[in-house]
Design a protein around this ligand. Structure first.
Ligand SMILES: NC(=O)c1ccc[n+]([C@@H]2O[C@H](COP(=O)([O-])OP(=O)(O)OC[C@H]3O[C@@H](n4cnc5c(N)ncnc54)[C@H](OP(=O)(O)O)[C@@H]3O)[C@@H](O)[C@H]2O)c1
Length: 262
């Protein structure tokens, strides 16, 4: 049994899919003080708004588009103004397909605009969020007089497809490559976050295969028992997050808590 992490949490990409369920479950935990939920268009995030009505003093919704750094800075300022630090930073933004953007099955199908979009949302955006929230993570990680509390954690939802060592089939160039780069970014940040007085853990997490918009077009190839409801996926991810210790920083785990090779 592990302790349930608590304190202040921020979920980046909270309007739907895994991010929405992670936000809901964090709100339901007694150990959570505040939850900051970010999304691109708060006015269209109806399920998140409903959740906010159930947790009016706990949940705050903030606008953040990872491809606009000024929106990341504004969200950071809003969080900084209302709490002393961030104990749990969960980044979920991810894109695999949208409109005529599809995962590429051959080099011939690669388009510059799709590669750039995948990297903007899957890699560069989460890195910029980490850049702007680093001091808030470190603030939460400062040793306290009161004794031990868990190290803050920065987790990014990656994908097993981003593992270079595990790539035995090819395909899906932009998604795979952007997640591989995200993994390298998390691994690199883990060293920087371990050097300060306010230490924090950085990990990449593979959430398994979940029934969300991201997987919808590809679900017919997935055996029924392998497709999780996003609420189960979120529960599994929070269990893994609760179990992580400082020595796990810089690693890549799946939703069962098993280590994946980079
Ligand atoms: N579902 C799976 O089986 C699975 C498997 C492996 C890995 N993953 C990873 O898990 C993460 C969550 O996936 P999901 O299944 O929950 O996907 P999803 O339902 O498609 O949700 C994608 C999320 O990314 C956000 N997003 C897209 N572009 C953004 C931008 N420019 N700025 C900020 N947020 C942006 C979306 O926000 P908007 O609502 O504003 O569009 C949404 O919150 C992704 O990183 C995905 O790669 C999922």
């Amino acid at each position: 049994m592990h302790h349930v992490r608590g304190g202040n949490a921020l979920v980046q990409g909270a309007s739907r899919g895994l991010g929405l369920h992670l936000t809901k479950q964090l709100c339901e935990r007694d150990s959570t003080e505040r939850v900051f939920a970010t999304c691109r268009q708060p006015e269209r995030a109806h399920e998140l708004s409903q959740l906010q009505q159930s947790f009016p003093s706990k949940l705050s919704i903030l606008q953040l588009d990872v491809s606009h750094e000024d929106s990341i800075e504004s969200a950071r300022s809003a969080v900084e103004a209302s709490c002393n630090g961030v104990d749990i930073l969960l980044q979920t933004s991810g894109i695999l397909h949208d409109g005529d953007m599809r995962p590429e099955t051959s080099l011939q199908r690669m388009r510059k605009q799709d590669i750039e979009r995948a990297f903007a949302v899957n890699t560069i955006g989460p890195l910029l969020v980490l850049k702007h929230f680093k001091t808030l993570l470190e603030a939460a990680g400062e040793p306290t007089q009161a004794g031990t509390k868990p190290f803050p954690i920065a987790a990014a939802l990656s994908a097993r497809l981003g593992s270079i060592g595990d790539n035995n089939s090819g395909g899906w160039y932009s998604y795979r490559s952007s997640k591989a780069a995200l993994n390298q970014m998390i691994r690199t940040a883990s060293f920087e976050l371990s050097r300060r007085r306010g230490k924090a853990i950085a990990v990449a997490l593979h959430p398994g295969t979940n029934d969300t918009n991201l997987t919808k077009p590809f679900q017919r190839n997935v055996p029924e028992q392998q497709l999780q409801h996003a609420s189960q996926g979120a529960l599994n991810l929070l269990r893994v997050i609760d179990s992580l210790e400082f020595e796990h920083s810089g690693s890549f785990f799946d939703w069962k808590g098993e280590r994946i090779q980079w």
